[in-house]
Design a protein around this ligand. Structure first.
Ligand SMILES: [Zn+2]
Length: 313
């Protein structure tokens, strides 16, 4: 074989190998990019689907490009790769995600306050039956911490967790020296047209062995909460499911309540989390393990709220 023929064959082999190498290199990068997008678009089924479609489109584009590349020199292949890279970082997906998440508003109500207000208010709009405006709540048998203080600590952590995920948060109170009835707290959620009204409480019992987390949700039978029943239950269930993934937390379940002014006055979907029993020494101490048990539990709750937000967008 002549020298010229050898050089010719070598060049042809190189022309085939180089584009094939770059095709696989590029595919791998796209794969990683797609995973990154999926992680960022947390629990957004629709968004994930569109990201997958995007990845599929890019893959097809890449395949077409591979066919063309065999006829091109190395430089033009690299140029195509650079263009593909820019397409993979799709700014449209990010913008859309930002818009969707920042639209979701949660009003968090840390239960109770420093001094109970034993005045009366109607149990719901137009009701003649009345109830105490806001009770004093329970307190920890081991820590001596009052429920209003724990509820505020937990609410602020939950709010931070949600804000870090792009959710808008409004608190009914950020201090304990307030005078705010349960009706007035619900009205804050109504006025702000909250996507979810989350009430944070802890339980108490005369029986110290009783423990566990419960979620209270508006009752279907209650005339005041009929319209918010279904959506509220969905939120309550999603939050409960996430807490069940935490082996440190005992989960008791969902309780349907038609007797709570805070639900009855609420025109927006509502849920109330009884984080655990402060009358149980172990659970009381756990709930005051702010960096550990409490933050882990609140992370589960935030996860549930994020799932609910993705269902509602
Ligand atoms: Zn309470």
């Amino acid at each position: 074989m002549s020298k010229t023929a050898k050089i010719g064959i070598t060049c042809m082999i190189l022309l085939v190998i180089i584009p094939v190498y770059f095709y696989f290199f590029q595919s791998d990068k796209e794969g990683n990019g797609s995973i990154r997008e999926n992680v960022k678009v947390v629990q957004k089924a629709t968004k994930t689907a569109s990201t997958d479609l995007e990845a599929e489109k890019n893959e097809k584009a890449s395949a077409n490009q591979d066919n063309k590349a065999t006829a091109k020199n190395e430089e033009s292949v690299k140029e195509e790769m650079r263009k593909e890279d820019q397409k993979t970082v799709n700014p449209q997906v990010d913008d859309e995600k930002e818009e969707v998440q920042s639209d979701f508003l949660v009003v968090i109500d840390p239960g109770h306050q420093e001094c109970a207000n034993l005045g009366q208010e109607p149990v719901g709009p137009g009701a003649t039956e009345t109830k105490i405006k806001v009770t004093g709540g329970t307190s920890g048998v081991a820590t001596g911490k009052p429920e209003y203080k724990l509820a505020l600590e937990a609410s602020l952590i939950l709010g931070e967790l949600l804000e870090s995920r792009g959710v808008k948060v409004i608190y009914t109170r950020t201090t304990s020296d307030v005078n705010m009835s349960n009706k007035e707290r619900a009205e804050i959620a109504n006025q702000n047209q909250a996507d979810l009204f989350v009430r944070i409480h802890a339980d108490g019992s005369t029986n110290r062995s009783v423990n566990g987390l419960s979620i209270l949700t508006p009752s279907e039978d209650d005339k005041f909460t009929k319209t918010i029943f279904q959506d509220s239950l969905q939120a309550s269930q999603l939050i409960l499911n996430e807490t069940q993934k935490n082996p440190a937390v005992k989960v008791n379940g969902i309780s349907y309540r038609g007797d709570l002014s805070g639900f009855n006055w609420s025109q927006v979907r509502s849920t109330l989390i009884e984080m655990g029993f402060m009358s149980n020494p172990t659970e009381d101490k756990n709930l005051s393990d702010t960096a550990g048990y409490l933050t882990n539990l609140l992370t589960n709750i935030a996860d549930g709220i994020m799932l609910y937000s993705s269902h509602k967008q």
